[in-house]
Structure formats: C-alpha cells, structure tokens
Design a protein. Structure first.
Length: 225
C-alpha cells in the first residue's frame, strides 16, 4: 500500500521536509541502495528515496498495525499516521539503531495512542481477537485452545464463540501498554528485549507489563481452564 500523495503533501505543508524544491541527489537506482544510503538520500530531500523506504517497509508496518489494532480501518489510520511521523521526523534519525527499529517504535507508539483513545470510548471497541494460537509460558486456557473443526460440532462452535467473546472483553480490560506488550510477545513472538526497543523502554519494564497482563487475563478467564 503506497503512501497516499496527500500525506506527503501534508508533510510539505507542515514545513518539515524542506519543501518541494529540495535538490534531489542523483542515484543510479534507488532499489539497489542499502537501507542506510536510502535514509541519507531521503534526509537530503530526495522524495523518491523516501517513497522507496515506504515501499520496502509498508507491508511490515501494515501487518504490525493490523496485529495490534485488529480492525483494517484502524490499521490503515495507524499506517498513514506512522509514515507521516516518519516523514516529518526523518531529519532527527541519527542511526543510533536500525531504521527498522526506529520505524517499529513509531508504529507501536501510534498504536498505543489509538488504543488509549479507543479505551476512552467504550462504544468503539475492537471486534475480534485471534485466540487459536498456543501461547508460550502459560499453563491455563491459552495452552488448551487447540484448533478444531467447529463446523462438525455445533455445541463446540457456540462454545468457541463464547470463549472468543470472553477473551475479547478480558483483553479490553488491560491497559493499552499491557495489551500491546501481550500481543507483541504472544501473537508476534517477539523477545522481551525487542519489545523494549520498540516501545523505548527497558526489558524489565516490559517483563512487568507482561506479568500484569497475564495475571489479569488469568483472573478474568480462570474458569475457562
């Protein structure tokens, strides 16, 4: 999904990207540049270089946003807002980490902001949580929700819908940070250190958030064991 032209135009209007008359560096082929060289080109005002960065990472950004937000319309909003933030703040990137880590951090923070706003509006909650994955490190209901063929068992299908509804409600009771940490750990399989890097915090803080999230879910869903 390429970044819409109106988004780039909006960034220009904000006066943070050097304007449309920025001098473009001459390159033989942007797709052949490595990540660092491409970022440097984009920082110098090369619009095509920035669009190439978007092309390289747009699927990863959209996938992450969809995993965290659950709804396609919310994921698209996060996608556009995140790349707009990247466009406006690219000049501040100093290669202290990889560009992908920096981008990932922006996306997760935008997701956190959206989740906080959603939590403040009870009528605007996410409709779906995927629960058919086996979770590492848990010994209760998460471990036993194995895939089955509900179409062959109407009673089990109804039970599955009830469980999904209960898990959804339980997840909504987590704080936005607890929910993001839980999703990133158990649904995306990220290590605690990687989550900390993405959220701009320490591994110990992530571990504490994960512990609180797991404890809350177990308390809410203990009878599903």
């Amino acid at each position: 999904m390429p970044l819409p032209h109106w988004t780039l135009a909006l960034a220009d209007n904000a006066g943070r990207s050097g304007g449309t008359n920025a001098v473009l560096a001459t390159v033989t082929s942007l797709p052949e540049l490595d990540e660092r060289s491409l970022v440097i080109e984009a920082q110098a005002g090369n619009r095509a270089a920035f669009e190439e960065l978007v092309r390289r990472f747009d699927r990863d950004v959209l996938r992450l946003a969809l995993n965290l937000m659950k709804r396609p319309e919310d994921a698209r909003d996060v996608y556009q807002e995140a790349f707009l933030k990247v466009y406006r703040n690219l000049h501040r990137f100093r290669f202290e980490c990889s560009f992908y880590t920096w981008l990932y951090r922006i996306v997760t923070n935008v997701c956190l902001d959206h989740l906080r706003r959603r939590q403040a509006r009870p009528e605007d909650q996410a409709p779906e949580i995927h629960v058919n994955r086996q979770e590492e490190g848990t010994r209760d209901f998460f471990e036993f929700q194995r895939e089955h063929r509900p179409a062959l068992d109407p009673e089990r299908r109804l039970m599955g819908k009830e469980i999904r509804s209960r898990i959804l409600k339980a997840m909504e009771r987590l704080s936005p940070r607890e929910r993001v940490v839980f999703e990133m750990k158990h649904y995306q399989g990220l290590k605690l250190r990687a989550i900390g890097d993405a959220l701009g915090t320490t591994e110990e803080t992530v571990k504490n958030s994960l512990f609180r999230a797991t404890r809350k879910l177990r308390q809410e869903l203990g009878e599903l064991r």
